[in-house]
Design a binder for this molecule. Structure first.
Ligand SMILES: C[S@@+](CC[C@H](N)C(=O)[O-])C[C@H]1O[C@@H](n2cnc3c(N)ncnc32)[C@H](O)[C@@H]1O
Length: 241
């Protein structure tokens, strides 16, 4: 497994367009100090800290990867948000929570990593009726035939869902899709820039870590080709019927 904490050392959001998605969550949910939100696959806890800091809402943030759990907990402590943010170590495929307890739920950049159908089913299950669910993910602009795994790695293993097909999977989870937002291409560049800085530092540090720098640069190059040929990033806003 790559050292994600090191790869993402220079960024707090781990997803293209994440800050914009957080703005969409804020304007859709309009949380108050009485709101309880769920953040599935919270990464470094930046969305939870931003929303709790701005609205004083309570947030349960679920993550599986220990370095990000520790980072999120330290961030909540640093920003004096420990009373508002609870970090849970668990899987978004099976949440350790009762049905219908959250006013809203979101998963930024995670459903297809967590497991698309399981993640949506769980978000739907634990959210109150009428509550909003917001997710962002990769959607396919053009669907190729079979992609070679040698050339396209993780992309070749992905189930290629177009914007409409992705919305269909959300609706099949008992949710009504209210809005779809396609992120600008620049969101990818903003996402890659700090990673490429980490690669540059690894290349020029003493001793240089050429292998690590190469791994980052080739991962970014693969994503760049994928964006040019096949994929976009989208945010969906849905309501639990
Ligand atoms: C692309 S990152 C998104 C993180 C964060 N939401 C953001 O946008 O900054 C995906 C996250 O999903 C987490 N993850 C992967 N599988 C998971 C699972 N089954 N349950 C919870 N989190 C998971 C990873 O550890 C990683 O932090």
């Amino acid at each position: 497994m790559p050292d994600y904490a090191r790869v993402y050392a220079r960024q707090e959001y781990l997803t293209p367009g994440a800050a914009e998605t957080v703005d969409i969550i804020a304007e859709t949910v309009q949380p108050t100090e009485r709101s309880l939100l769920l953040d599935v696959a919270c990464g470094k806890g930046e969305a939870a800290a931003t929303l709790a800091g701005r609205f004083a809402c309570r947030i349960a943030a679920v993550e599986l990867y220990d370095p990000f759990i520790h980072h999120s907990a330290a961030k909540a402590w640093f920003f004096n948000l420990r009373d508002l943010i609870t970090i849970l170590r668990g899987s978004g495929r099976r949440l350790p929570v009762r049905d219908g307890v959250f006013d809203a739920g979101y998963c930024i950049g995670g459903p297809s990593i967590v497991g698309l159908k399981d993640c949506l089913r769980e978000l739907s299950r634990v959210t109150k009726r009428g509550g909003h669910i917001i997710v962002s993910d990769i959607v396919w602009r053009t669907k190729p035939g079979t992609l070679s795994e040698d050339e396209w790695k993780w992309l070749a293993r992905m189930e290629p869902a177009s914007l409409d097909e992705y919305a269909g999977v959300i609706e099949a989870s008992g949710l009504r899709v209210d809005r779809r937002h396609m992120h600008e291409r620049g969101a990818w560049d903003d996402y890659w820039r700090p990673m490429l800085e980490v690669a540059e530092e690894a290349m020029t540090s003493q001793p240089a870590d050429i292998g690590f720098a190469d791994d980052i640069e080739s991962a970014v190059a693969l994503e760049r080709r994928a964006v040019e040929s096949y994929i976009n990033y989208a945010t969906f806003v849905a309501t639990k019927a």
